[in-house]
Ligand binder design. Sequence first.
Ligand SMILES: Cc1cc2nc3c(=O)[nH]c(=O)nc-3n(C[C@H](O)[C@H](O)[C@H](O)COP(=O)(O)OP(=O)(O)OC[C@H]3O[C@@H](n4cnc5c(N)ncnc54)[C@H](O)[C@@H]3O)c2cc1C
Length: 382
Amino acid sequence: MSIDLTPSWQDEELSMFRDSVSRFLEAEVAPRDEEARKAGNVGYELWRKAGEMGLLCTDIPEEFGGAGGDFRHEAVVAEEMGKRALTGLNHSVHSIVAHYFLNHGTDEQKEKYLPRMARGELVGAIAMTEPGTGSDLQGVRTHAKKDGDHYVINGSKTFISNGFLAGVVLVVVKTDTSQGAKGMSIMIVETENQPGYKVGRVLDKIGLKAQDTSELFFEDVRVHESQLLGGAEGRGFFQLMGDLPYERLFIGVGAQAAMEGAYKATLDYVRERTAFGQPIAEFQNTKFKLAEIATTIKVGRAFVDECVRDMLEGKLDTTKASMAKLWGSENQCRVIDECLQLFGGYGYMNEYMIGRMYTDARIQRIYGGTNEIMKEVISRSL
Ligand SMILES: Cc1cc2nc3c(=O)[nH]c(=O)nc-3n(C[C@H](O)[C@H](O)[C@H](O)COP(=O)(O)OP(=O)(O)OC[C@H]3O[C@@H](n4cnc5c(N)ncnc54)[C@H](O)[C@@H]3O)c2cc1C
């Protein structure tokens, strides 16, 4: 049952890059994963090492300290982590933040933040969700009020990925509370020694245990007006909408990689494990399940690859990216559930990767816009 899952966009250079990413993950990340799951974060050192190894901001131009690659390099990093259920280092959110700077920041903002993010010295986070609003982003209440040449930010955010370790947070605020989308802006907040900025609990999640997801509080946080992303008020909502395909494709790519990793681990397991005097792999039910799963991931690979190519050509639209997120995450949950079943009781143990993949998968249908919102978006284009 060997099926070729090599991405159609992979060339020799990317294949070598994949090998070096794999070596880094096996040497530096995997051995510390259990510790990170207990601590609820991977620590600063790993981010810096990932920066040194050239794993961060791979698709940011070299003039801003990035590796000068493209989305394929980002996909390779996400895939190699996704296959191994190494979720602690949320490199994709870091890249999403870098892209807000690249696509919408002023030259000064790009020069100030991107090189440090690429080196892993500053971990990036984006704070949209609040205790009272998630899907309905126009309902955010955190606001930034002009005071001379500064803004004063008040409010709170929750469920923020990289929130505990973040050195720079893009905070979605209202600069005009009388307006909906047009009243929204994105403020750049540096967290170190920032009066009024407080990180709350590292939230206790059912999965993604090694990843820091936190509450953030802003009490009269003063930032200079030069910290307004793009330098003009009222653009926040449009900046967010513009970058959605990038974020959603990451979820689709991660979902595909997790399915492929789960499939491979399951194949290995069912060939080893025996019952009734034969390997589990020999039961017709096992063969049929794996045949279905192999078909799903082969089909999924073709669609994800098409989306990656569209991204490279600058033509991936929100509808198609939403399909990648919707289809990928729904199938990820189903496939991993079916794989886990073939592990029997061992599948339910956190010690086994498949068990961790099961709880990690569930959030994929919720964040990045819930799958119900994906269907809303897709249906509007029909
Ligand atoms: C682990 C984790 C990491 C996260 N990381 C980040 C992050 O880095 N930054 C950030 O800003 N946020 C982050 N989030 C928040 C996440 O994006 C939100 O949880 C998500 O957008 C949903 O918002 P909500 O939780 O407020 O749910 P709600 O918006 O309250 O939705 C509840 C339910 O109602 C449904 N619903 C809502 N509106 C509609 C509609 N119009 N039609 C049909 N159904 C609808 C939803 O689909 C959902 O099923 C993270 C969340 C988690 C758990």
